[in-house]
Design a protein around this ligand. Structure first.
Ligand SMILES: Cc1cc2nc3c(=O)[nH]c(=O)nc-3n(C[C@H](O)[C@H](O)[C@H](O)COP(=O)(O)OP(=O)(O)OC[C@H]3O[C@@H](n4cnc5c(N)ncnc54)[C@H](O)[C@@H]3O)c2cc1C
Length: 602
């Protein structure tokens, strides 16, 4: 078992699912590819997960479930996602229960917990409409007040699990005059409404996650009782957006699972295929691409784990912490997958043969993550609206704010520190200028200077970390200065330059998250992590997106990362800063035993 308890559930699930390269495992690559080819809903896999009681981890402990921390949550979703995004995304529509845990009445929470736990209930989120996409305020679905409840009318599309789910969380207009307070949320329990009042739209064919129940739902004078409304009338948009804070962060686990399979599959290919008398892994270009992919995963880990922990430590900052994760991780993993595809050469384009064609499924499935739950541009736009306030807040930090920052950073990043329960009621639409990760960068820089007297740290690596962290700080200062002197635009017509600035801010945030993660976990995450060479390379790579290469990284650092990648692969461990044990393939004796048992049963 991993020394960090919060990774036990993920390790146990991983072990019970079995090695995905073995056809007899649950959700093996072979079986998920067969389902994908037939575009078939993964019914048996979903039921297996319910029987494993994974749904309990979607219900907070205070409502009889097992949901204790979002760090734990991200880890098990990653384990699922490395096998199959169709099942993982399908099962994880239970994420939307977060809206009820955040804003529901005691009765609504109890009822939902019972529905999920006892009935193996599933739910979907119905925000989008064909005509309006990201423009939620423009929604056409109407909820007209009538005695005892509302009459729902209109159509939501495209909605994942709209048809095969018992509950739809529907965003609908309760006030015709429009504006931010014109929408309300309804937790529509299909078993309690007249079936004549709604219909399911046909399955939509999608590029990836082909077996998903992708459809839509239509309401025709459908009566929903008042008790199905979530929160106050008119609070729908605000609650809906706060719900995205949770799900946007959790989406990173889908990306990280995809990244693990993409890298593992291509690494295996590169070690097995011989050209010019050596393996593909021994050719410098593919080797560098593989090492870069591993480094990208390590950065994404720091961003994601810190984001998940922040719900417990700084819930009032969820509006920005979720954007950093949702922008940075899916976009980085998309690029990583694209880069790795080059190494597979012709096999990238063939749907059969190499590991059942799972890499191609990853390419197709992974492409949706940056689109749903608010696309990349929507996230960047939301960040643009908060950038100036964050710069102003940073300029005004003082001794008192530093104290708070210091303590929150430690709890957020130290993986051994116990997390307080998540207070979802504290989620805010705006962080009021707070962003602990970048605003606390000087604190970690001070720690780096303090380490100069610590003999356990390599002096050369430390000096590089100080130089690179100082460079991140310089970039941040320059950016804040620019923001302080530029004008503010409300609304949707933000300039392309501001989108570039927001991207840069996310990159600086990722760099800061890596530095904090190293500072607070040097003695917890093993020798490779502690040495810090990986961190120096990652900081250098992140800075290179807007600074020319400084030539600061010795090639031996990169070679040491390559060796760690090979070691994790050999030991069958997750490519991660928390390299949990992956399921082992059964030994030949175990396989023979299993086969003879099957024959006996037959
Ligand atoms: C497979 C799949 C599953 C889905 N599942 C669900 C679900 O379960 N529930 C649900 O409610 N919805 C779901 N959706 C819908 C999805 O979340 C929305 O489609 C998406 O949020 C954006 O809408 P759109 O693609 O129509 O883009 P639009 O909103 O029409 O935007 C088009 C383009 O306009 C530009 N743009 C938009 N906004 C901005 C901005 N603020 N700043 C700058 N440029 C901008 C961008 O270039 C954008 O790509 C799903 C979609 C797919 C494909």
């Amino acid at each position: 078992m991993h020394q960090l308890k919060q990774y036990w559930v993920a390790e146990a699930l991983e072990k019970d699912l079995g090695d995905p390269t073995q056809p007899e495992s649950v959700m093996s690559f072979k079986s998920v590819m067969e389902l994908d080819e037939r575009e078939e809903f993964p019914e048996k896999d979903v039921e297996w997960l319910y029987n494993w009681n994974l749904h309990h981890y979607h219900i907070p402990v205070e409502y009889g479930g097992e949901l204790k921390s979002y760090e734990e949550f991200v880890a098990f979703v990653r384990v699922l996602s490395r096998r199959d995004l169709t099942t993982s995304i399908t099962f994880s529509t239970l994420f939307w229960s977060g809206l009820v845990w955040m804003a529901g009445t005691h009765e609504q929470k109890q009822k939902l917990a019972k529905f999920i736990k006892d009935k193996h209930g599933a739910m979907c989120l119905a925000y989008s409409e064909r005509a309006h996409g990201s423009d939620l305020v423009a929604s056409d679905v109407q909820a007209t007040k009538v005695p005892g409840g509302y009459l729902l009318n209109g159509e939501k599309w495209p909605i994942n699990r709209a048809t095969i789910s018992g509950i739809s969380v529907v965003l609908a207009k309760t006030d015709d005059s429009g504006g931010a307070r014109s929408l309300s949320l309804f937790v529509v329990d299909k078993s309690e409404i007249d079936p004549a009042g709604y219909s399911n739209l046909p399955k939509i064919k999608t590029l990836g996650i082909r077996g998903s129940d992708m459809s839509g739902i239509r309401f025709d004078n459908c009566f929903v009782p008042e008790e199905m409304r979530l929160g106050q009338e008119g609070a729908g948009l605000e609650l809906g957006l706060k719900g995205f804070h949770l799900t946007r962060t959790l989406c990173a686990a889908f990306s990280l699972g995809s990244a693990d399979t993409a890298l593992r599959t291509v690494l295996k290919f590169s070690l097995g295929r011989k050209l010019y008398g050596k393996t593909v892994f021994d050719i410098p270009h593919p080797r560098t691409t593989l090492v870069d992919a591993f480094l990208d995963i390590l950065v994404c880990d720091c961003v994601t784990i810190a984001g998940a922990r922040s719900f417990h430590v700084a819930p009032e900052q969820s509006s920005v912490s979720s954007i950093f994760v949702k922008y940075f991780v899916p976009v980085t993993v998309e690029k990583l997958v694209q880069n790795l595809s080059v190494i597979l050469g012709a096999r990238f384009y063939l749907r059969e043969g190499h590991d059942e064609g799972i890499f191609q499924k990853v390419v197709r499935d992974n492409a949706i993550i940056s689109v749903f739950d608010g696309s990349t541009v929507v996230n960047l736009h939301a960040l643009i609206l908060q950038l100036r306030q964050m710069a102003k807040y940073r300029a005004k930090r003082n001794a008192a704010t530093y104290e708070g920052l210091r303590s929150r950073l430690e709890t957020r990043f130290s993986l051994e520190a116990p997390l307080p329960p998540c207070e979802r009621a504290k989620f805010e639409l705006f962080s009021r200028g707070c962003d602990d990760v970048l605003q606390g960068l000087e604190i970690s820089l001070e720690h780096l200077y303090d380490l100069k007297t610590d003999s356990s740290v390599d002096a050369e690596v430390l000096q590089k970390l100080i130089t690179l962290t100082s460079a991140v700080l310089e970039e941040l200062d320059a950016q804040d200065e620019f923001l302080a002197s530029s004008g503010f635009e409300f609304g949707h017509d933000q300039s392309p330059e501001l989108f570039e600035l927001a991207k840069k801010y996310c990159t600086l945030h990722a760099a800061a998250a890596c530095v904090h993660m190293w500072i607070y976990n040097r003695k917890v995450l093993g020798d490779f992590f502690a040495k810090g060479e990986w961190l120096a390379i990652c900081l250098n790579r992140l800075l290179m997106t807007f600074r020319p290469s400084s030539g600061i990284i010795p090639s031996i650092y990169i070679e040491n990362v390559a060796q760690e990648l090979l070691k994790l692969d050999r030991e069958n461990k997750m490519f991660s800063i928390v390299p949990l044990q992956l399921a082992q393939a059964p030994s030949p004796e175990e396989k023979t035993h299993a086969a003879s048992e099957l024959q006996l049963q037959a």
